[in-house]
Design a protein around this ligand. Structure first.
Ligand SMILES: C[S@@+](CC[C@H](N)C(=O)[O-])C[C@H]1O[C@@H](n2cnc3c(N)ncnc32)[C@H](O)[C@@H]1O
Length: 233
């Protein structure tokens, strides 16, 4: 359902985004776009991580950038050595810690920061993951975070980056917040960054479907780019 323009404008404000983290239902709505019980939320995160499982080595150190309520890391707690969730919203981080505690997920750490330097994980990470983040921030900032995340990867590590494609414009995806809230990526935006980094494309996974606005079926709205850092051998 398309929300009225003033409501969309209000939902886009930084203060509403931040304060949405005060309760679980509002935080789930802000990060997932709909109201979800905790078990529905954790189920969705488990499904996401099982689709990505082949890119997550056992006993890995995983960094989730923009972790929100932490469900992706909670889903893989049993198979990682360490999972670190980083988010700019300290209320989301507080909820993530609480949910991890209740889930008995004890290999995880959740950290809030000011949005400037991504916290450094000592020893580096095997996988850095960002889902639903880069489409909500200006591209220049996202490129800067890509640099920072790839610097933290160990040789042979993977960067898993969710990007909204331009096809999202055909769909109902923007009905809640308005298209102004999103930054879709074209293939050349990613290619330009790849050319100046040492990362190699391993796979591009179609991710997320939405109804087309004209009612004619579904379109893929996003992709997860799996990028590999050369292992130096
Ligand atoms: C749509 S939510 C996705 C949350 C989570 N990745 C998921 O898929 O459930 C986007 C998340 O990115 C976070 N975020 C936005 N800007 C950020 C930044 N500059 N650094 C870190 N996190 C950021 C938000 O606070 C929010 O938790």
């Amino acid at each position: 359902m398309k929300l009225p323009a003033p409501v969309r404008k209000l939902l886009r404000t930084r203060i509403v985004w931040t304060l949405s983290g005060l309760t679980y239902p509002t935080a789930a709505y802000a990060t997932k776009g709909r109201l979800l019980t905790q078990s529905q939320y954790l189920g969705i995160c488990r499904d996401d991580m099982s689709r990505l499982a082949k890119h997550l080595p056992p006993h890995a150190t995983i960094l989730e950038f923009g972790c929100g309520l932490g469900g992706h890391l909670i889903a893989v707690d049993g198979s990682v050595d360490l999972g670190v969730g980083v988010d700019i919203n300290r209320f989301f981080v507080r909820l993530a810690r609480k949910m991890a505690f209740h889930a008995g997920a004890f290999h995880l750490r959740f950290v809030s920061y000011d949005g400037a330097r991504v916290p450094i994980i000592p020893g580096g990470v095997d996988v850095a993951l960002a889902i639903g983040v880069f489409e909500r921030i200006p591209r220049s900032l996202a490129l800067n975070y890509l640099d920072q995340l790839s610097e933290q990867l160990k040789p042979g590590g993977r960067l898993l980056i969710h990007l909204l494609t331009e096809r999202a414009h055909e769909t109902t995806l923007f009905d809640r917040l308005g298209s102004e809230a999103y930054t879709p990526w074209s293939p050349s935006d990613m290619n330009d960054w790849l050319e100046r980094s040492d990362m190699l494309v391993e796979e591009v996974i179609p991710w997320g479907f939405r109804p087309r606005s004209d009612g004619s079926g579904l379109s893929t709205v996003a992709e997860i780019h799996v990028l590999a850092k050369p292992d130096g051998s």
